[in-house]
Design a protein around this ligand. Structure first.
Ligand code: NI
Length: 190
């Protein structure tokens, strides 16, 4: 089932999400399935629970669309629960990022190249892994979501000023988007 994606400006995107206890969410697989349906319909490569209105430390990734450039990413489809980035290392590099909650805006964002992360998968199996390149990049972007951060926070003051009006418009629903969204500042009944 496809869920609505929460647009820029909603406070849920700014909250530090809380850890999930297995006992509280025995049916986590159905939420994970819904999140994948939602992400694929919007042609995203990652989606975090706050983006569907749930302030939980859960995000999903399918980096397969990048496997032309990085063959390792074929079948890179993963669920990250209660993730903690343990280390970030290496040179910062820029990539033109976008976000399903911020449609129509893409900006160069600098991030470190390598991360070490601890997380549980959807079967509550614990993992501690190191990622680099595009896999690390997507994880860092989604991890920011469960920390209440957005890629636009990382832009220079000038870039932020230049996109300010567009961001305001997005929060009001003034944007062309082909997937279902919830806009915080949109009047009820529209
Ligand atoms: Ni995003």
């Amino acid at each position: 089932m496809k869920l609505s994606i929460i647009a820029y400006g909603d406070p849920v995107l700014r909250k530090k999400a809380t850890a999930i206890e297995p006992a509280e969410y025995p049916h986590i697989q159905s939420l994970v399935d819904d999140m994948f349906d939602t992400m694929y319909a919007a042609r995203g490569v990652g989606l975090a629970a706050p983006q569907v209105g749930l302030s939980m430390r859960l995000f999903i990734i399918d980096a397969t669309p990048f496997d032309d450039d990085e063959p390792d990413l074929a079948n890179f489809k993963k669920v990250f629960i209660n993730a903690q980035i343990l280390e970030e290392n290496g040179e910062e590099w820029a990539f033109n990022e976008g976000c399903l909650s911020i449609p129509d805006i893409r900006e160069d964002v600098y991030r470190k190249s390598t991360i070490k992360i601890s997380y549980y998968d959807e079967h509550w199996k614990h993992h501690e892994e190191t990622y680099k390149g595009m896999a690390a990049r997507i994880i860092q972007h989604e991890y920011d979501h469960i920390e209440g951060k957005l890629f636009t926070d990382k832009l220079s003051p000038l870039r932020k000023r230049l996109i300010e009006k567009k961001l305001n418009d997005i929060s009001k629903g003034i944007v062309d988007v082909e997937y279902k969204m919830k806009f915080p500042a949109q009047k009820k009944g529209r």
